[in-house]
Ligand binder design. Structure first.
Ligand code: BES
Ligand code: ZN
Length: 406
């Protein structure tokens, strides 16, 4: 695979996202493309001129957006792969993706845990994911100010505690806030780098349209029982594998996302104040509605481009489905709270933004609306398990070590 695979990794929202629209559409702005330097030497490379920057095995080109399909077609024909380049909306984003991963806040990110991850993800089960979605969407709602919103958080805490009961030192806790609903944090302590933290998260609350209050029906099956179910299944296969992580892994169900990312802002703020070392965060918010077919979409805005490029590699290696990119255009979920505090964060999403589930935030966000099962979430759970192990790394298996030394 090319050093840099296909992506449209953009920088965080900039002022232009909020600028009033001019009457006449402006000509499309130039983009910055990072390409594998090996590709430059290949005949027919479609971008002209010199790269604006080079480092290691990669180079950055400034290009007109209408060159992107040409470049995609060329890499596809030439290398029989999709993409092989990343497109960035700003030069700063391209240059940050170019810098050696050692300079990334949480890097370097390396993919070397296949022997552990491959059998682990083979154990992912659709019916387990479905059962969590069914259980969570059975609450009248999971609103941040309702009793059922608190009960749902406790249910998740209890479920995670049960799943992790065989992991030495693991603990599940409620993280309280200034409002009623707590967040949930399951911690698996790292064996030799316990102060370095890998976070897998999703929001646990639901809402039925703004101003609907704490009694309205809000099943939130896709938004976001699916994300909680996805990371819960990753926790299950991780626990059953017997693998111990070298770094600490935390599974977080965030409270009060639907009312302004409040739980995650509170938690990311506390982590920043405490000087915690977070090597990578992945957010799962809506994974079960296959609006763009069987693919994983990686968000390109309000995320860390280096971590997102690594997550793209994890999708290719482990998820068993193709990937694509999309953008919200605003800080649409809890990954944005971490990004705002300077922690590297990424988000995996069910579809392109435009083709995603239109029934969220209504009583129609049920499992039936997402096709009646959890099959679309299966590759997301594999990605989640892979993210946990590839970022935290497996400690040497004590039983293997013991038998090897006998
Ligand atoms: N899951 C949604 C975000 C989302 C919706 C992403 C549709 C992509 C497509 C999330 O729960 C949500 O509703 N976020 C709010 C923003 C937040 C700051 C209140 C939103 O999108 O309005
Ligand atoms: Zn929502």
């Amino acid at each position: 695979m090319g050093l840099l695979a296909a992506s449209l990794l953009a920088a965080s929202a900039s002022a232009e996202d909020f600028a009033p629209k001019a009457e006449l559409p402006a000509p499309p702005a130039d983009v910055w493309v990072t390409v594998d330097k090996a590709d430059l030497a290949a005949p027919g490379f479609p971008l002209s001129g010199d790269p604006v920057a080079e480092s290691g095995g990669a180079a950055v080109y400034r290009a007109k957006p209408d060159m992107l399909p040409v470049l995609a077609q060329w890499t596809h024909e030439r290398f029989n792969r999709c993409g092989g380049f990343f497109t960035h909306e700003t030069k700063a984003s391209a240059l940050s993706a170019l810098r050696p991963t050692a300079a990334a806040p949480g890097g370097p990110y390396t993919l070397d845990q296949q022997a552990v991850v491959t059998p682990m993800i083979a154990a992912v089960r659709e019916e387990k994911i479905r059962a969590t979605i069914v259980a969570l969407s059975a609450y009248q709602n999971r609103y941040y100010q309702s009793d059922t919103g608190v009960e749902a958080a406790r249910w998740i805490r209890d479920r995670w505690a049960a799943l992790a009961s065989g992991i030495p030192g693991a603990s599940a806790a409620l993280e309280t806030h200034s409002w009623k609903q707590p967040s949930v944090i399951l911690t698996i302590p790292g064996t030799d780098k316990p102060d370095e933290i890998v976070v897998l998260g999703g929001h646990l609350d639901s809402i039925a349209g703004w101003g609907s209050g704490s009694t309205a029906r809000a099943p939130g099956a896709d938004d976001n029982a699916s994300g909680i179910a996805t990371i819960t299944e990753a926790l299950r296969v991780l626990a059953e594998s017997g693998v111990r992580p070298r770094r600490t892994i935390q599974f977080i169900g965030y409270a009060a996302e639907e009312v302004g990312l409040r739980g995650s802002q509170d938690i990311a703020g506390k982590y920043a104040s405490a000087g915690k070392k977070v090597v990578g965060v992945i957010q799962f918010d809506m994974s079960n509605f296959a609006g763009s077919g069987k693919k994983i979409y990686l968000l390109t805005d309000h995320v860390d481009p280096v971590l997102s490029a690594f997550v793209a590699k994890l999708v290719d290696a482990y998820a068993g489905v193709p990937r694509a990119e999309t953008r919200c255009g605003y800080g649409c979920s809890d990954h944005a709270s971490w990004t705002k505090k300077g922690f590297p964060s990424a988000m995996a999403f069910e579809a392109s933004f435009d083709a995603s589930n239109k029934d969220i935030h209504t009583e129609r966000d049920t499992l039936a609306t997402s096709g009646g099962d959890a099959s679309h979430s299966v590759p997301f759970a594999k990605l989640a398990a892979a993210f946990a192990v590839e970022l935290a790394k497996a400690a040497p298996n004590p039983s293997t070590t013991a038998s090897a030394s006998r």
